[in-house]
Design a protein around this ligand. Structure first.
Ligand code: MTE
Length: 409
């Protein structure tokens, strides 16, 4: 029987392994779809077909949904929560924010936690710490995976995302650095390991445990945020309520949702998410896999349906967005002839490292036929989109230029 605090939360010694009682109990309440609704088992919010493509336990954002039928912008810099893509290894847990506590423990913290922190941090404790607001993209490491097959003839198993496992949002919360220091961070800390309260990830009879992924202390102290708000409102269940991590510029798996505990260690930490998954495996990569993935690569997408039909002899304004995990975008070039010629797109805003840059270009196709659009971005660090992406068995980080077919009638 775990001890219980006055609020009913179990009392966990700071050095003990995490105990998930309140969150796990709630996590077993897997949301069921409402009959006749647009839900998917495991995801709470409706997923209308005009905004999302369903992919197993996940929902991909449709890029063409960023424009109305008349070509007007339907989504600004940030993607509204109801349109934001969802990537769930299992299913969205429903967590009672009142009983929820974030427990920190491990050899990277001072032995005994300060008495007021012995129970960990409740939501009110986090809200009492200085709040920070940041813009950041969340992007799955496998975004664009299907193009390994479609463009390069090399199939990678896994969710066949096109380019819609990405979203931009404004996040408000407390810097992870602030919480680590309040918990008694030592200068011996090397890694932190946030663990989600969603159900265990089980594949082909192997139970990998709860979703968790080590984060090096340097990134944890730099700009990682424990977010409790998304686009100005409390987090919703599908996006990590009550609290998630947001790790700007890094592959989406770093941004652990529904955080229940954080181990802070004076030695490197491992979980399947930095050993078995989220490394480059296969020919051309080291036998045990390359280093654990960190930053995202440069990518671009058109706000246009694949196979869109456009009228010949008319001026069209093509819109899109480009982004990079490491630097602001410097230049976007567009080709309307399958990559033979390129011209500069007009940037709609001052590029920033923390988000995507919107752009547009005019195009007047005179003759009917099939055309192939391409967009290629270069960031201020000099990283650009190649013609070919290095294959890896899991299909991560497809950063090559994507061919976007359209038909002119
Ligand atoms: N955190 C937990 N606990 N469980 C998950 O399945 N998925 C990760 C990350 N955090 C995941 C998680 C992945 S792979 C991505 S891309 C992002 O959450 C997706 O965040 P979103 O669903 O809010 O878009």
């Amino acid at each position: 029987m775990p001890l219980r605090s006055a609020a009913g939360a179990p009392v966990v010694p700071a050095s003990a392994a995490p105990v998930f009682a309140p969150g796990r109990a709630a996590a077993e309440e897997v949301p069921r779809p409402v009959p006749g609704s647009d839900n998917l088992p495991g995801i709470v919010k409706p997923l209308p077909a005009e905004w999302f493509v369903r992919r197993d336990s996940n929902a991909e954002m449709r890029w063409d949904a960023l424009r109305d039928a008349d070509g007007k912008a339907a989504v600004g810099r940030h993607v509204p929560v109801e349109r934001f893509f969802v990537r769930n290894h299992t299913s969205t847990p429903l967590i009672d924010p009142v009983g929820w506590r974030l427990r920190l423990f491990g050899s990277g913290l001072h032995g005994a936690p300060p008495p007021e922190r012995a129970l960990g941090f409740g939501l009110d404790d986090l809200r009492a710490l200085p709040a920070t607001r940041i813009d950041a993209l969340i992007e799955c490491a496998g975004n664009g995976r299907s193009y390994f097959d479609r463009q390069q003839g090399e199939r990678a198993p896994g969710t066949p995302w096109t380019l819609g496992s990405i979203g931009s949002a404004s996040w408000r919360g407390v810097r992870l650095a602030e919480v680590l220091r309040a918990a008694g961070l030592t200068d011996r800390a090397v890694d932190v390991l946030p663990t989600g309260l969603d159900p265990d990830y089980v594949v082909d009879g192997t139970n990998y445990g709860p979703v968790r992924r080590p984060l090096p202390i340097a990134k944890a102290l730099d700009d990682a945020l424990l977010a409790y708000e998304m686009n100005g409102a409390p987090l919703t269940p599908d996006h990590g309520a009550p609290v998630r991590l947001v790790v700007p510029g890094w592959v989406g798996i770093a941004s652990i949702k529904w955080v229940g505990s954080i181990e802070v260690a004076d030695h490197p930490l491992h979980s399947p998410w930095n050993t078995d998954f989220y490394r480059m495996f296969g020919p051309g990569h080291p036998p045990g896999g390359g280093p654990a993935l960190t930053t995202q690569v440069v990518k671009s997408a058109f706000e246009l349906a694949e196979g869109a039909r456009l009228t010949a002899g008319r001026e069209h304004r093509l819109h899109g967005r480009s982004w990079s995990g490491t630097a602001p975008v410097r230049l976007v070039e567009v080709s309307t002839d399958g990559g033979r010629s390129w011209r500069r797109a007009e940037l709609a805003e001052e590029p920033r490292a923390a988000g995507w840059t919107r752009w547009s270009v005019d195009w007047r196709p005179e003759r009917p036929g099939r055309y192939e659009l391409r967009a290629r971005a270069t960031d201020r660090g000099g990283a650009t989109q190649p013609e070919w992406a290095a294959f890896n068995r899991e299909g991560y980080l497809f950063g090559a230029v994507v061919a976007h077919p359209v038909t002119v009638l």
